[in-house]
Write a protein that binds this ligand. Structure first.
Ligand code: NAP
Length: 208
């Protein structure tokens, strides 16, 4: 999707629980930045994910710190505390309304996993969300993203042109797998930045 106007900045919003962040997320953000001509990518770790109330999620400040360290050396990446500092469940609609106020006139591209996006029509104010931002649905190789998009357009014609897919081979890495490896005492080297690995070790995160 090429940039047609130089007047508007294009901001990628990398939303996720990032428990923990890994190279799959970083490659997805960088690939989206290049393929969609984004001026920058803003990482927004969820504070209190509404869809994970029954799961144990690592405290928001620790997930935030891991993301901060992971993106530290990339001038095109930034991080926001908006969802960490907001009380209550982190609804994407609240974040998008705030970003629209903070960055008027900018085009927003919400980058997230296709599996997460499959639930989009159950998110709070889904119609308004789709009006406020484009979506970039990042998928692992072998994951049928096109089928999901075709179905979504058939059932909800208004999403046509609003959701774009992006296959990211590095997303074969997953947070779930990293947590499972740590519980089994296995190595996670080279799956995420070394600073993040050392932070996880120093904080004793994800132990069995
Ligand atoms: P999730 O359900 O934990 O993730 C689903 C899949 O997508 C996982 O395979 C995950 O891989 C991958 N994924 C998640 N974020 C990604 C990203 N930025 N880039 C590439 N792959 C990604 O999803 P989540 O992380 O909790 O939520 C994703 C976003 O959707 C967040 O911003 C969240 O706030 C938003 N959301 C909003 C609502 C709502 O407003 N009601 C409801 C649900 C989700 P890993 O496990 O390896 O990360």
């Amino acid at each position: 999707m090429e940039k047609t106007s130089d007047k508007m900045d294009r901001v990628g919003i990398m939303g996720g629980t990032f428990d923990p962040i890994h190279y799959g997320h970083l490659v997805a953000a960088e690939t989206a930045r290049i393929e969609f001509s984004l001026d920058k990518v803003l990482f927004i770790p969820t504070g209190n994910p509404p869809h994970k109330q029954e799961h144990k999620v690592t405290p928001a400040e620790l997930r935030f710190e891991m993301v901060r360290q992971a993106i530290n050396d990339n001038v095109d990446f930034a991080i926001s505390r908006v969802e960490i500092d907001r009380d209550g469940p982190s609804y994407t609609i609240d974040t998008l309304k705030l970003l629209h106020r903070e960055y008027p006139g900018q085009e927003l591209f919400f980058i997230t996993g296709t599996d997460a996006l499959k639930e989009i029509f159950f998110w709070r104010e889904a119609e308004e969300i789709l009006r406020l931002t484009y979506f970039i649905a990042a998928s692992r190789p072998g994951f049928e993203a096109r089928g999901f998009l075709e179905q979504a357009v058939k059932e909800h014609p208004q999403v046509e042109g609003r959701i774009h897919s992006l296959e990211v081979p590095a997303l074969a890495i997953s947070s779930t797998d990293i947590r499972a490896r740590l519980q089994r005492g296995q190595s996670i080297r080279y799956l995420l930045p070394e600073t993040v690995r050392l932070f996880i070790r120093s904080q004793g995160l994800y132990k069995g």
